[in-house]
Design a protein around this ligand. Structure first.
Ligand SMILES: CC(C)=CCC/C(C)=C/CC/C(C)=C/COP(=O)(O)OP(=O)(O)O
Ligand SMILES: [Zn+2]
Length: 450
């Protein structure tokens, strides 16, 4: 694994980076020569344009949902979540159409496929569940068959502890996150689902400090978010080497202000969330981090398996599903571990498309994925100085006019906070223990090792 950075990639990075830097410094040259009003205008979030772009996308999707065949729950999530972060409500007819469509994607044996009749997949299950929670109506929340979903999740669980994305599919950190995220938010997380997942994720942390998609691969922001969020949701974050994770993550901010996904690659607006949220989550792990640093200094070498009192003694099922809720009660300490103002500048100046929507970087086209994750990253950034995400941030934390402020998101699930609270309350009365579930053998947990 260890070795020098690949030179070809470094060369491309430097050339491309220079072009982006030129563009950014052109904009700054304009900025310093104009009035404060113009400065503020340039940093404005073009809300109406974004809502127009997103609503148009949703309406086009609604009648037939025939585009991007296997990705339709994702398109729903990216658009709905973006609209919710912008503080807009949904037209009841549109909401009804989306719930009906997603119900048609729900497999009779649990989970959601990329379209009606398609095989259930963990990624589209996550997207569908987050979409329905974002819609937030009783009809939307009731439409999820949690009992069957529980069976689907157990079917995707391999004997090693890791999850597969779909029947006979690949096992990676995305699968762990999407499974644990939906189980936690729907209050069906149990010890069977959690078993050995921490060990799998620990095995994906690389020599750089970030987390890879699978053991022996390269650390990447997308997988690092998935791995860290999963470890927090299962109460095992202290099994990761958090100081080295921070060390890797803080160096992912480029001179352009944006964040890159991996070493020597270009910055990209979508990592504003994947990497920004990782560093945001770290602010709530301060006590574990200082404990790990202390033990480093006193040279207390601990076996990773013995570090977690929670995993050693086994948490109760109620405790497991409540990790996502209690995490928010831990104060966010010390301010952001990245330059929040520079990241907001990158999102607003380099990723924002004035006709509506967001893109990876100048020279690329807008799309709904980048719109969703640039907005999610911007929201995380705006609240990065707040100890409590439930309180509005100070004006100094929000770059540009204060009207730029977005709705806060739950950083572990990436759904708007008030929708999360509604779902949490809705599903609180019926935890996993009340669902009739078979054992691992009865549910046919796949064992490819024979
Ligand atoms: C919840 C869920 C399903 C999360 C997915 C997380 C995520 C974004 C993973 C990224 C996967 C990956 C290796 C991208 C590299 O693309 P690239 O080589 O085009 O980009 P790069 O140059 O920026 O690395
Ligand atoms: Zn991207």
């Amino acid at each position: 694994m260890e070795g020098p950075p690949r030179m070809s990639r470094l060369t491309v990075t430097q050339n491309e980076q220079a072009k982006v830097e030129d563009k950014v410094s052109d904009i700054y040259r304009v900025l310093v020569n104009v009035s404060p009003r113009a400065h503020s205008l340039i940093l404005e979030l073009w809300r109406d344009k974004h809502v127009e772009f997103l609503m148009r996308g949703l309406r086009m999707l609604a009648p037939s949902y025939h585009v991007l065949d296997a990705n339709r729950p994702w398109l729903c999530y990216w658009m709905l979540h973006s609209i919710a972060q912008l503080g807009e409500s949904f037209d009841p007819q549109l909401e009804e159409d989306v719930v009906d469509f997603l119900s048609r994607c729900q497999d009779p044996n649990g989970g959601y496929g990329g379209g009606p009749g398609q095989m259930p997949h963990l990624a589209t299950t996550y997207a569908a569940v987050n979409s329905l929670i974002t819609l937030g109506s009783e009809k939307a929340l009731m439409s999820i068959n949690r009992e069957k979903l529980c069976l689907f999740l157990l079917r995707m669980k391999d004997s090693s502890g890791a999850f597969r994305m779909h029947d006979a599919g690949e096992m990676d950190v995305r699968a762990s996150y999407t499974a644990i995220s939906v189980a936690s938010i729907l209050n069906i997380l149990d010890s069977e689902m959690v078993k050995n997942i921490g060990t799998f994720i620990v095995s994906c942390q690389t020599y750089e400090g970030g987390i890879a998609g699978e053991p022996n691969s390269e650390a990447h922001g997308g997988y690092t978010f998935c791995g860290l969020a999963t470890m927090i949701l299962i109460g095992e974050a202290d099994r990761l080497d958090l100081p080295s994770l921070i060390d890797w993550a803080v160096f992912r901010q480029g001179v352009e202000g944006g964040l890159q996904g991996r070493t020597n690659k270009l910055v990209d607006g979508c990592y504003s969330f994947w990497q920004g949220a990782v560093l945001g989550l770290m602010q709530r792990l301060a006590s574990i981090i200082s404990g790990q640093l202390r033990s480093l200094y006193v040279n207390e070498k601990q076996d990773a398996d013995n570090k977690t009192s929670v995993s050693a003694s086994g948490p109760s099922e109620g405790e497991l599903s409540s990790n996502g809720f209690s995490f928010l009660k831990t104060p966010s300490e010390g301010g952001p571990l990245y330059d929040s103002s520079a990241l907001q500048q990158y999102i607003l100046l380099c990723s924002q498309v004035l006709e509506g929507g967001f893109k990876d970087k100048p020279g690329k086209y807008r799309d709904h994925y980048h719109t969703c994750y640039c907005l999610s990253g911007l929201s995380v950034c705006q609240y990065s100085w707040s100890r409590d995400v439930n309180n509005p941030p100070l004006p100094t934390a929000v770059l540009g006019p204060y009207e730029n402020l977005l709705e806060p998101v739950h950083p572990l699930f990436n759904v708007v906070l008030d929708r999360y609270y509604k779902a949490h309350e809705f599903y609180a009365g019926s935890p996993s223990a009340n669902l009739t579930k078979p054992s691992m053998e009865e549910s046919g947990v796949m064992n490819f090792d024979g």
